[in-house]
Design a protein. Structure first.
Length: 417
């Protein structure tokens, strides 16, 4: 099971990848998301309950502090390791060494987190998990523009989007099913290693040729993380599109439990969140691959990103204007349809506007900041709106406007249809 493209690492891929390659890369992606979501959904919250009494903080505050510090590490780690993988000259290729090191380091970090005895060791362990798994994730993501031709990236992006959802579900299931915090972390650690093995062992990764290797300069390395929107306008507009649509989605999710309890007065808001999440996940999985394949077949990206963004904005506005439990279910379903198409096609679009073949990993890392930064920005935007500026109706209208703006901005991209 190898990629058939015989060209160098910096050449534009010309030959389609097979189903085996896509399946192996998707499984590696599942493994990484298991390593993240097992802790995020279940295990860190349980540890926060155990450690909070000795810190003077509530369990909510402790958990927010630990995950917030981890999010900062993630913001830095993804583009940093992407840039390192771009310049890696190992005989196993540019990406494979980082997939191996990142997944192995992630597994060890999860085991360290399993043995945490308090706040500081818990925070250190989670930061190491974010650091190491982001190294693997940056390399897995960069493998797509390295190996997949442009007219196949929508389909591959769709499978990677499905892998993300499946990884979240599998991580939550493992953390819950095995019993106990330590056992949950151990199960996630094992999956994080085993899941990447098919790709590492069976898929060829081409390294840089001698003529392609850039001279090392620490100053140039650090300056490379700034990509001027004036010099690379398509990249800038694509980044802004992803940031605004992800910010809209983060604003929807952040206070969903409180919205159901205080806005809709739902009898069981916790169960309501689970129902809405399940509805959203089902419709997302139903469209994430289909949207990418359809985009590949017609050879266009922007209309899919535009109309999926408009659809999500309309569903978000529904939460503001029509505040009933029935409308919330409809909105969750519609959001899933739009987000599924957006995830696959937006990923393909991003790979089409990368400024340099040499810096694919770093540039995709910069793009991935548009995924993580909204998680940090959303609380700062949402809290004053809910508290002082009109409550949930205004919050969801703001979220809808942000998503609609992101969808419209995709029209400013010139190099992609």
């Amino acid at each position: 099971m190898t990629s058939a493209d015989p060209l160098g690492a910096l050449a534009e891929p010309a030959h389609r990848v097979g189903r085996g390659w896509t399946a192996a890369l998707s499984l590696a992606n599942v493994a990484i998301w298991v390593g993240w979501y097992g802790p995020l959904q279940i295990l860190l919250a349980r540890q926060a309950e155990d450690f909070a009494p000795g810190t003077g903080m509530s369990k909510e505050t402790l958990l927010a502090w630990v995950t917030g510090v981890g999010a900062v590490v993630s913001l830095v780690a993804n583009p940093f390791f992407g840039a390192l993988s771009d310049r890696t000259t190992a005989r196993w290729g540019r990406r494979t060494p980082w997939i191996v090191a990142g997944s192995a380091g992630g597994a060890l970090s999860l085991l360290l987190l399993a043995g945490a005895g308090g706040l500081w060791s818990m925070a250190l362990g989670w930061c190491l998990v974010q650091l190491t798994l982001n190294a693997a994730f940056a390399a897995v993501t960069a493998a797509v523009p390295d190996r997949v031709p442009r007219r196949q990236r929508g389909a591959v992006g769709g499978w990677l989007g499905a892998a993300q959802i499946l990884g979240a579900v599998a991580g939550t299931g493992l953390a819950t099913a095995v019993g106990g915090i330590a056992a949950g972390y151990a199960a996630c650690a094992v999956f994080a290693v085993v899941g990447v093995l098919p790709y590492v062992l069976c898929c060829r990764d081409i390294g840089l040729g001698a003529a392609d290797r850039p001279a090392w300069s620490s100053r140039a390395f650090l300056r490379g993380f700034w990509l001027s929107p004036r010099r690379y306008p398509d990249f800038g507009w694509a980044w802004l599109t992803r940031f605004l649509i992800n910010l809209s989605n983060a604003l929807v999710i952040l206070y969903l439990l409180y919205y159901l309890r205080d806005g809709l007065h739902h009898a069981d808001p916790e169960e309501g969140v689970l129902v809405l999440t399940a509805v959203n996940s089902v419709t997302l999985l139903a469209t994430v691959v289909v949207g990418g394949v359809w985009s590949d077949r017609v050879g266009r990206r922007k209309p899919f990103v535009l109309w999926s963004g408009v659809l999500m904005a309309a569903a978000t506005a529904m939460l503001s204007v029509w505040q009933t439990w029935s409308s919330a279910i409809v909105a969750a379903a519609v959001l899933g349809v739009g987000l599924g198409v957006f995830m696959s096609v937006d990923f393909a679009l991003m790979t089409d506007v990368l400024p340099s073949a040499l810096d694919r990993g770093k540039d995709l890392g910069v793009i991935n900041v548009a995924n993580a930064l909204p998680q940090v920005a959303a609380p700062a935007v949402a809290a004053p709106i809910v508290t002082y500026l009109g409550g949930y109706r205004v919050l969801y209208l703001v979220a809808a406007v942000a998503g609609l703006a992101g969808a419209v901005f995709v029209r400013r991209i010139r190099a992609v249809d």
